[in-house]
Design a binder for this molecule. Structure first.
Ligand code: ARG
Ligand code: ZN
Length: 865
């Protein structure tokens, strides 16, 4: 079906089961870069050794490279090599040779932002997963580890800073205003961890002493005027280094650690050995320009990349099917770090919200894949919420089931066994088994099966015998290529609460549902129990427990697990909204009373209250329905918001007033207050109060920080009041020279629920500050619009056409980033026939476009299949 519909020939499929060890190894490599934005010469000198008995040629991967010279053992060759597509094949007679190649590349013409490219006049690299082959012919696979020496030459005035991995071993001036630097990295690494930077940047320099006394020089490189915005990132780096020593016993292993921030970057950041390169949005923060969420993003990503030094670099991945080995584990590590730094409960709520927003839909749609995929066309498409965030949940389940001590012992064993090598997910699980003595045979299914398991929970009470019986049933839905599933071990933290006493009956239990069904007996249950299940979100599953509104309201007020309290409130809201959409009848009473109780509970902190008050997203409500009706969902949700706003207006105003701060602080309390304040503002606005827009505009103007200003801006952007236009103009005037803040200006408007949002988005796509070349800017407009369920799904399909037009244009520049825009259209099966047909038509239009990248082809063809 798919090939018949496609104009392009389908790219080859790479399969996990086809893994073969490399034919050649490359223990030492030397690279020379004569850097220039228009024409950079790159020479590679590879010491290769035959790996095993075979007579296959040496295959050096290339991508768009033309060999200018090929030498074997110092001798130029004319006949000993040939091109095979993008790759260079070299015939080698012996078992060990030195192979040299030369190419010329143009960093400033590199719009894919993979390989060596220019950003803001500086030169930098991104190699993971397959960018290295865009610079040098190379064995570009993660299981070939080499020691690198690198020589860089560049114009000294233009590029005063020359960085690469490891330690700088030489530097000096050359003729013609040029200079050079040489870097040596003593740790063998795969090519995807290589980096270089040639730049005119300044550094925030600091130091850290490891627990064994090794001094480390830390430097964060940014454009000079941004130096004051690097303090938060530096503090996060030092905290991460200390945390990894304390919690995992892992020390840093080199004399320096450099971070470079660039404005043009395909994703968040990259963990290149000792030279992390970051999207500047995850480095730069000050109160005037960064929200509290941005601050948290900075510390979370700094920690993530730092933690990769062990989970990713010292032990890397054998092949890209093992990506979750480093990413799932490292996300789990950065989540745990953040939980330890602030409020663990709020962090857990945020992580689960993200999982449900990004991963659950992926797992329920045409692009569903296990955390260890079986095949791909383009590996860049597998840097997904499944590999990262579900991957982290799977590590978390191991932590829950084994307990912290055995989990730590498993990690120690994993690092000890595999240090300096490229490992597999299986190696990780085996280390956990060996260290803990726990059999994880069935647990491995979590690596192999896609789809979010559904657990049905039914609790019955027998007052006479003072007993309660909990029945659990598991189903794992079919996903593409996996029609039949086996039940998986699901660790569920469970407690029962007495309805009258409000207290838990016994200690929380950890129940592992390890089959299709199980029954659990509770004794000594005299009064009717209320079920609290999957506390702390102990497993990434959907719970179907059919609890009454009264029980959910009870839990939202009395559960002693903060996550479970949040969850009960969410479930109550979801049930209310789904009921309203499907029956047209809404009973808001229980939600309003539950919100009142939480909002006025003096024992709760503001951050937690704020999280709990957030209405479930329109997309999440849609995920609960057989056919998504975006308009009905929007109306139902806004009606609830209005009622909550109107009926609790006094409470919201109190919360708003008590959350007012005298001066800016970054403490968890102050952040929580700011969060609650803007949420309260949103409800005051929803109440329809006459002074609401005025209050919002005052907050907007008087704010001494971006959280408050952006919060008010977001509320105003949704409104039809004239204050909205004032805010749009004022925000732009104040921040027109700050790219990261302008991104917020674009995205806030694209997220608006105003009826004219799509007109405004189209207008903004012609704004002089809009560009397709910068991924942050693209996401801030096009990504935001496609995440705005009401607007994207506007009847008639204008949102779909806009997205497709943009995507096709981006595909010519940056296929990896274009491919990330496909999934919203891939959800067509979830919508009514009219919308589904329009969405499919746009996917088909993409497929019919000549010259489509394989990145987009894979996403689109799978979405139509
Ligand atoms: N390893 C990097 C990180 O998680 C991200 C690399 C993403 N690469 C990609 N092609 N999407 O920190
Ligand atoms: Zn990562």
């Amino acid at each position: 079906m798919l090939d018949a519909q496609s104009a392009a020939a389908a790219p080859p499929v790479i399969r996990r089961e086809d893994y073969r060890k490399p034919d050649w190894l490359m223990p030492d490599v030397h690279l020379e870069f004569r850097l220039d934005p228009a024409r950079t010469q790159v020479a590679g000198r590879l010491e290769v050794t035959r790996n095993g008995a075979h007579n296959r040629p040496l295959r050096l991967n290339g991508d768009g490279l033309t060999p200018l010279a090929v030498l074997i053992d110092g001798e130029p060759q004319a006949d000993a090599w040939r091109m095979d597509g993008p790759d260079l094949l070299v015939d080698l007679p012996g078992d060990a040779h030195v192979v040299e190649t030369r190419v010329e590349i143009s960093p400033e013409a590199n719009s894919q932002l993979m390989g060596l490219y220019a950003s803001g006049g500086n030169l930098c690299t991104q190699c993971e997963p397959e960018g290295f082959r865009r610079m040098v012919f190379f064995i570009d696979r993660p299981d070939v580890l080499s020691r690198y020496t690198v020589r860089m030459e560049a114009d000294k005035a233009r590029f005063p800073v020359l960085l690469s991995n490891g330690d700088r071993t030489a530097s000096g001036d050359l003729d013609g205003g040029r200079h050079f630097a040489e870097w040596t990295d003593p740790f063998p690494k795969p090519s995807y961890l290589f980096a270089l930077v040639a730049a005119d940047l300044a550094a925030n320099v600091d130091s850290f002493t490891t627990k064994s006394g090794r001094p480390v020089k830390l430097a964060i490189w940014v454009v000079e005027k941004d130096l004051p915005k690097t303090e938060h990132a530096m503090a996060a780096l030092k905290a991460s280094m200390a945390w990894d020593e304390k919690v995992y016993g892992r020390e840093y292993d080199l004399g320096e650690f450099n971070i470079v921030a660039v404005a043009d970057f395909n994703f968040g950041a990259m963990e290149n050995k000792s030279l992390n390169i970051f999207n500047s949005r995850y480095i730069l923060a000050d109160p005037e320009t960064a929200t509290d969420i941005d601050y948290d993003g900075v510390s979370g990503v700094v920690a993530h990349e730092y933690f990769h030094n062990w989970s990713g670099n010292r032990v890397t991945c054998r092949d890209w099917f093992q990506l979750s080995l480093k990413e799932g584990f490292t996300v789990f590590r950065d989540q745990s770090f953040t939980a330890d730094q602030g409020s663990a409960a709020v962090k857990r709520i945020e992580d689960v919200r993200l999982l449900r927003a990004a991963q659950f839909p992926e797992d329920a749609g045409p692009l569903a894949h296990p955390i260890r995929p079986e095949s791909y066309m383009e590996v860049s498409n597998f840097y997904t919420a499944t590999v990262y965030n579900k991957g982290a949940e799977i590590i978390r389940m191991l932590h829950t089931m084994l307990g912290p001590q055995k989990f730590r012992a498993g990690c120690d064993l994993y690092f000890a066994r595999h240090d300096g090598t490229a490992a597999t997910c299986e190696d990780f699980v085996v280390a956990m088994e060996d260290a803990s003595g726990v059999d994880l045979t069935r647990f491995r299914l979590w690596y192999a099966q896609a789809g979010t398991p559904r657990i049905r929970a039914a609790l019955s009470h027998e007052p006479a015998g003072a007993r309660a019986l909990l029945t659990l049933e598991q189903t794992v839905p079919p996903t593409p290529g996996q029609p039949e599933k086996q039940p998986m071990p699901v660790p569920l933290r469970i407690a029962l609460f007495g309805e009258r006493s409000g207290r838990a009956f016994e200690e929380e239990r950890l129940v592992v549902l390890d089959g299709e069904r199980c029954e659990i007996l509770f004794e000594g249950i005299a009064e009717r129990p209320v079920l609290s299940i999957n506390r702390g979100f102990s497993a990434p599953v959907i719970i179907d427990a059919a609890r009454s509104a009264a029980d959910l309201a009870f839990l939202s007020a009395h559960d002693d697990d903060p996550f479970a309290r949040y969850e009960a409130m969410q479930q109550l809201m979801v049930d209310t909204l789904v009921g309203a959409v499907s029956t047209g009848q809404a009973d808001h009473g229980p939600v309003i009373e539950a919100v009142r109780t939480t909002l006025t509970d003096p024992a709760l902190d503001s951050a937690f209250i704020g999280e709990t008050m957030l209405l479930p997203s329109e997309a999440f409500i849609g995920d609960q329905m057989a056919v998504v009706d975006p308009v009905a969902i929007h109306r139902a949700r806004e009606a609830l918001r209005r009622d909550l706003g109107g009926q609790l207006e006094g409470e919201w105003r109190d919360a708003y007033e008590r959350s007012r701060a005298n001066r800016f602080e970054l403490s968890p309390q102050a952040k929580g207050a700011r969060r609650l304040r803007t949420i309260a503002l949103g409800f005051i606005m929803a109440s329809g109060a006459e002074d609401a827009a005025g209050i919002a505009l005052r907050q907007f103007h008087e704010a001494d920080n971006m959280t408050d200003r952006q919060g008010a801006f977001g509320v105003l952007a949704n409104s039809l009041a004239p204050e909205r236009d004032v805010a749009i103009a004022a925000f732009y005037d104040r921040f027109r020279d700050n790219g990261l803040v302008l991104d917020k200006w674009f995205s806030t408007q694209a997220f608006s629920i105003r009826p004219d949002t799509l007109d405004r988005v189209e207008e903004l796509s012609r704004h002089p500050d809009f560009t397709l070349a910068n991924p942050n800017r693209l996401r801030s407009l096009v990504g935001a619009m496609s995440g705005n369920q009401l607007v994207f799904h506007e009847a008639g399909g204008r949102g779909y056409r806009f997205l497709t037009d943009m995507l096709l244009e981006v595909d010519g520049l940056n296929p990896q980033t274009a491919a990330k825009l496909v999934p919203p259209l891939g959800r067509w099966r979830r919508f009514d026939e009219g919308r589904a047909a329009l969405m499919k038509a746009e996917l088909q239009r993409m497929l019919d476009t000549p010259g489509l990248s394989k990145d987009v082809f894979e996403q689109v063809s799978k979405s139509l299949a």
